[in-house]
Design a protein around this ligand. Structure first.
Ligand code: 13P
Length: 272
């Protein structure tokens, strides 16, 4: 059933855990994620990347995932992840997305605030302060000065009208090339200041203990992509040889959903 992003965050807060947000590239991924949520008795967020939405058929994918979330036996929401283009944000809401990450993290603070304000006037938004880098090591992210500044967080949260704040505390998207070392005092400072729930991106490859610690400090949404993709591809690789003979696509899709479900369940167990 459809749930607002803010409702899923409030539910996570009530149990002292985090809601899982998992990137969905296709229907098989979404089926696996929703199945995992059902088995664990949790809500879930289906993330659609900006690249997926912009790709051919992206509109149809978003509509299909919104329909899947609406019909799911668990509370679910579709969020379009990391959108920096206002036109695409408008399109995402028009197509039925429940939330959008209005990503103005590359803008100067005032512009980021105005960008998020405009998006929040159209629907529920997550915002990002500091930048979460992709596929690079933590040292590079730190060197780029991309970490969230606690001193800016209070004003940012108050003025933007965002429902959730994505933090940059040494976390990066994709696999960590060196062991991650999250900036705990920074997270604690942001959590103390922020009136809205925090989200942690780049959970693939983070030790479970780190994820639990982040949740204990106030993170209420955790994003996972790479680990699910890897399981999806490993299942595809494992089964494709045997299934090619009879062109058994349905069985392949089922194996893919099952692999994603197992990976998402493991994460949900950590998210409390
Ligand atoms: P990972 O690919 O590192 O799990 O990051 C996912 C993410 O944060 C999506 O926004």
């Amino acid at each position: 059933m459809h749930a607002a992003l803010s409702d899923l965050l409030a539910e996570a807060d009530a149990r002292g855990g985090a809601v899982g947000a998992f990137t969905s590239y296709n229907f098989e991924t979404a089926v696996g994620i929703l199945r995992a949520a059902e088995r664990r008795g949790r809500g879930a967020i289906l993330l659609v990347s900006q690249q997926s939405l912009s790709a051919p058929g992206g509109d149809l994918l978003l509509r299909a995932l919104v329909a899947a979330a609406d019909a799911a036996p668990v509370a679910a929401c579709v969020e379009v992840d990391h959108v920096a283009d206002p036109v695409l944000i408008e399109r995402a809401f028009a197509l039925g997305a429940g939330a959008v990450l209005a990503d103005g993290s590359r803008l100067p603070l005032d512009e980021n605030i105005r960008f998020v304000q405009a998006a929040a006037a159209r629907g529920q938004v997550e915002a990002e302060l500091g930048g979460i880098e992709g596929d690079e090591d933590v040292a590079a992210a730190v060197a780029a000065g991309a970490l969230t500044e606690p001193a800016q967080a209070a004003r940012f949260v108050e003025e933007t009208g965002a429902a959730c704040l994505a933090v940059s505390i040494g976390n990066v998207h994709g696999r960590y090339r060196s062991p991650p070392s999250l900036d705990w005092p920074r997270l604690e400072a942001i959590a103390n200041i922020s009136a809205i729930p925090l989200s942690l991106h780049g959970a693939s490859g983070l030790p479970d203990a780190d994820i639990r610690r982040a949740i204990s400090l106030g993170v209420r949404k955790v994003n996972v992509n790479t680990e699910l993709r890897e399981e999806y591809l490993a299942a595809t690789e494992k089964r494709i040889g045997a299934l090619r003979a009879g062109a058994r696509v349905l069985e392949l899709n089922q194996a893919q959903s099952a692999a994603v479900a197992a990976a998402a369940e493991r994460k949900l167990d950590v998210f409390g």
